[in-house]
Write a protein that binds this ligand. Structure first.
Ligand code: AMP
Length: 443
């Protein structure tokens, strides 16, 4: 679909799009709308800002126009997103009668929500927690829901809404169209889709494929067992702030602990932390008090910190576009920055997908280097140092020993692993507070 008029849209919708000045569909709209109009389930991989609200809004409106008894339900992780969706719904339905919506979100009084529900809305936009409140009080009935949309599903899961989603699903009819939108594709989103969607079509948009030319990109080939060593080396050879991306909340926690145990100034953000904790971590990082921030993609989405020196991809993202988003955190506004990806043999297919995307987008190709030869001299001879290792000056090392510490990468389930098979935490194998430095990296 190149143009909205190819869709034979009803007049009031056409007129609304004109008023909204939506002339040509965005890529996610062009892909998702024709598929959704056929009535099947749909997975859309797209971030906010790509036009995804109209991508699910337009087919939903068409469905509700066809069947006056049908209603729709949109679940969103936050009230801000719910309010944003309602705004788009109002715009799209401005020339229609009887397309009222009700917004059920926490943090607002129940009374106007009850009033809106009494007016028989065709669409309910809700955050999971507040919808459950209404279900428990029997103030809402979902028996007529013909279209269900899970928006920012990855974020809902990251915020721990899986049990609420399960509960809500018991109240919606089995016969329905379900659309799931997510910015990232993880095993959790995959499991959610398998559970609640019926043979969905999948559409994805590359919202970004070009990396800033000011970012110097390097892929460091390493192994699962050596990943933590490599991370420390890469940190030690750089000056300035660092943003480190990991795949999961537990890996974020583990990497943070690991770095802190080496005296590095580090904090973390992920969806499992409270808003206050996230704000504190971000404020520390912004002010320069904290040098290293470890984050998951989802938590990092809203980070607006200028002047980040380096981005390290401790884990590669599952969706190649996320790599471009990640490294876009550095090298902003013409400033130079560097991006490092730690690539294990297992991650090579992901890395190939990323480099293909970069090539297509016309970005400079990242250079690939092997991880530094294990600086075993240093690693194996932890120095009897004071607890906090100074970050910016070379350290003498002495008395090299042949044995190395086991500092494996974390296994998928978050437990320490690798590093010669030490499945117990790497901390056991390493004297506390040792400092790892490598003279060749000091600048
Ligand atoms: P969303 O990803 O749905 O939050 O949309 C992001 C922004 O794109 C919003 O400001 C929309 O108004 C705008 N937008 C969405 N679709 C179109 C379109 N087809 N043409 C122009 N602007 C659009």
């Amino acid at each position: 679909m190149q143009q909205f008029n190819e869709l034979n849209l009803p007049q009031p919708l056409k007129q609304a799009l004109e008023t909204m000045k939506f002339e040509t569909p965005t890529p996610i709209q062009a892909q998702a709308i024709p598929v959704a109009l056929k009535g099947g389930d749909l997975v859309g991989i797209a971030q906010t800002g790509t036009g995804k609200t109209a991508a699910f809004g337009i087919p939903t409106i068409m469905r509700l126009m066809e069947n006056p008894a049908a209603t729709a339900l949109i679940l969103a992780p936050t009230r801000e997103l719910a309010i944003q969706i309602e705004g788009v719904w109002r715009d799209l339905t401005r020339y229609m009668k009887d397309m009222r919506s009700a917004i059920l979100v926490g943090g607002y009084s129940m009374r106007p929500q009850l009033q809106a529900l009494r007016q028989k809305p065709r669409l309910i936009i809700a955050t999971p927690g507040r919808l459950i409140d209404h279900l428990e009080q029997r103030t809402v009935n979902l028996a007529t829901v013909a279209v269900l949309i899970l928006d920012e599903a990855d974020r809902m899961l990251d915020m721990g809404f899986a049990p609420q989603l399960n509960q809500i699903m018991r109240h919606v009819p089995k016969e329905r169209q379900t659309m799931l939108f997510t910015a990232t594709w993880e095993k959790e989103t995959d499991a959610l889709a398998k559970r609640y969607l019926n043979q969905p079509s999948r559409v994805a948009v590359a919202s970004a494929s070009k990396a800033a030319d000011t970012v110097e990109q390097t892929a460091v080939e390493t192994t699962v067992a050596k990943k933590n060593d490599t991370l420390l080396d890469e940190i030690n050879r750089r000056a300035g702030t660092l943003l480190i991306f990991t795949r999961t909340k537990s890996r974020t926690d583990r990497v943070t602990k690991f770095l802190a145990s080496y005296g590095l100034s580090v904090s973390r953000i992920h969806g499992g932390r409270s808003q206050a904790q996230r704000n504190a971590a971000l404020a520390g990082f912004k002010s320069g008090q904290i040098r290293i921030l470890v984050a998951t993609d989802i938590a990092a989405r809203g980070i607006d910190v200028t002047g980040i020196g380096h981005v390290i991809n401790y884990d590669l993202p599952n969706v190649p576009e996320d790599y471009v988003h990640r490294i876009g955190r550095t090298g902003r506004a013409g400033a130079s920055g560097s991006a490092v990806a730690l690539v294990t043999p297992e991650e090579r297919p992901l890395w190939r997908a990323i480099t293909t995307l970069l090539q297509r987008g016309g970005s400079n190709a990242p250079k690939t280097v092997a991880a530094a030869a294990p600086s075993g001299l240093v690693r194996s001879a932890p120095l009897p140092q004071p607890s906090r290792a100074p970050q910016n000056r070379p350290r003498q090392y002495r008395n090299p020993q042949p044995q190395r510490h086991q500092r494996g990468e974390f296994t998928r389930d978050g437990r320490g692993g690798g590093g010669g098979g030490g499945s117990s935490s790497e901390r056991k194998d390493r004297p506390a507070q040792s400092a790892v430095t490598s003279p060749r990296y000091w600048r």
